[in-house]
Design a protein around this ligand. Structure first.
Ligand code: 3UK
Length: 501
């Protein structure tokens, strides 16, 4: 991947498609039927860049916080910031004032572009020195109104390929978020590795999905990948599984990005037939259980592409598609990346042995200010914090987050495996399994269980323990069960097991 020394990824994403396929190709669709062509998107991004530079005094390298739902203006803002030479700081709509304040303190943005419906938490965050411009309202100071007064052309800032384009925050499954830096070339690299070699989209594809654009899973899948090939994308503001399935059917979607829980919910909701037109379905964010892969395949014929990605790596680096898929494994290293399983000292372990997943390639972890960089980058590898096993064919099989491995009386137990077993019980709707300190065994397996609120009978803990013993090796059974109303999750839907520990 050689992008030369100078590269502005926003220029590259828009101009390449427009030069090849013309400005009139549909680019962004919203559920109300609005369609922005590639030409429309470029013009609006240019106008936003002009507002940033001429009216707000933005200079290259300044950081611009972006806060909005998945809709066309948010994409235009992202591209406008990059065209102006700024650094996009993407945030998720669900974040609250406290979280935004922490992020503001970490990266000190000069400007925020914020959906008019999401200003309250940002105001309460009171980020020092921040100028906020609202978009999507009808006011005269609104970004959309200001942009309307600017020319459709803008001379994109000539950034270096390794200037920072994006600051993305980790999702905080292990505590305080960290800001990761990604270069202009990294943005193209994710399209030219995972998308080009595994996803293989075409210009006529219609993308959609649930992850927010403020999460790099969504930014890649719903912005970078479609734009890189000249495809279009349906942007959904609140893509619950029902909304998602209906939209897929109604808008003839062919490429779908979502998480394992949504695939489960789409099946449970009886929506499988709505996926009939989908050609490529991607699952990431959490491990895709083999049972879910098989159920989706049976109901729809789709072979879901499981892929592991991380904010630190920007996007997916292990995956498989089509006949290369082995259900139950995440897949192989994406072309361009190398992956390995290491012991505590950074030496590769033999195939079949669990160890630390390590990866290197065109993208990689750079924490802002080097903040705790050594946690992720060790022995020349990005160490993701996941325990994996590699088989003799180079397929990687997920075990657990390394912190979620429970060593109990000398046994290594992967918490997620016990959770999958518990979820097989008809009255269990959600659960989380962690290690709890124990004088005799070092640790014991402890399960937090949410029972079906509509159950018609008592479900004693002993019944659940027995159920697990029938499904997996008995030593993995929970020795402590606690019933709870709900489980702590991040804004991207991941369990926060550390809070339960
Ligand atoms: C876990 C998976 C098993 C794993 C992400 C695609 O999830 C993303 O980024 P995050 O920073 O979390 C990273 C961690 O999530 N994980 C993600 N995908 C899988 N575990 N199988 C999977 N398929 O623990 C990883 O270390 O929130 C996913 C693209 C971009 C992303 N940022």
């Amino acid at each position: 991947l050689d992008y030369g020394e100078r590269l502005n990824c926003a220029t590259a994403l828009l101009d390449a498609t427009i030069d090849r396929l013309g400005p009139d190709r549909p680019c962004l669709r919203s559920s109300d039927g609005a369609v922005w062509s590639y030409g429309d998107l470029r013009a609006q991004a240019n106008r936003i860049a002009a507002v940033l530079v001429d009216d707000l005094g933005l200079v290259p390298g300044n950081r611009v916080l972006l806060r909005g739902y998945n809709e066309p203006w948010l994409v235009a803002c992202w591209l406008g910031v990059l065209k102006a030479g700024g650094v996009a700081v993407t945030t998720m709509p669900l974040l609250r004032a406290g979280e935004l304040a922490t992020m503001g303190e970490m990266c000190r943005p000069a400007v925020a572009l914020c959906d008019h419906r999401l200003t309250e938490a940002l105001e309460r965050a009171a980020i020092p020195g921040l100028t906020t411009v609202v978009f999507g309202s009808t006011g005269p100071d609104d970004l959309c109104a200001r942009a309307a007064g600017k020319p459709a052309e803008f001379p994109d800032v000539d950034t270096a390929a390794d200037d920072v384009a994006l600051l993305a925050f980790t999702s905080g499954t292990t505590g305080r978020p960290k800001a990761t830096m990604h270069f202009h070339r990294d943005v193209l690299a994710i399209a030219d590795t995972f998308a080009a070699h595994v996803l293989r989209p075409e210009p006529d594809d219609v993308f959609t999905g649930s992850p927010p654009i403020g999460f790099t899973f969504g930014l890649g899948g719903l912005v970078v990948f479609p734009l890189r090939v000249g495809a279009s994308v349906l942007l959904l503001e609140r893509a619950t599984p029902d909304v998602l399935a209906d939209a897929v059917a109604e808008h003839a979607v062919t490429v779908l990005f979502t998480a394992p829980t949504a695939y489960k919910a789409i099946l449970a909701g009886g929506h499988a037939d709505k996926l009939a037109g989908v050609r490529r379905a991607v699952s990431a964010g959490e491990a895709l259980p083999e049972s879910v892969w098989r159920a989706v395949h049976e109901a729809t014929g789709l072979k879901v592409i499981d892929g592991i990605g991380a904010t630190e790596m920007l996007h997916i680096f292990i995956a498989a598609a089509d006949d290369d898929i082995r259900p139950g494994s995440t897949g192989r290293a994406v072309p361009g990346y190398t992956a390995a399983v290491l012991d505590d000292e950074g030496r590769p372990v033999p195939d079949g042995t669990p160890g630390h997943l390590a990866v290197r390639g065109p993208t990689g972890c750079r924490y802002l200010g080097g903040d705790r960089q050594e946690i992720y980058v060790r022995h020349g590898w990005n160490v993701t914090g996941d325990t994996y096993v590699r088989d003799a064919d180079g397929y990687f099989v997920y075990q657990a987050r390394t912190d979620d491995m429970i060593v109990s009386a000398g046994y290594n137990i992967a918490g997620p495996e016990v959770e999958q077993a518990l979820l097989g019980h008809p009255e269990v709707v959600d659960c989380a399994v962690v290690g709890a300190p124990d004088a005799e065994r070092g640790m014991v397996v402890k399960a937090f269980v949410v029972l079906n609120p509509d159950r018609t009978r008592d479900v004693p803990a002993a019944e659940l323990v027995d159920f697990v013993k029938q499904a997996i090796a008995p030593y993995k059974r929970p020795r402590v069960v606690e019933f709870v109303e709900e489980l702590p999750r991040t804004s991207t839907g991941k369990l926060q097991r550390y809070r339960l520990r």
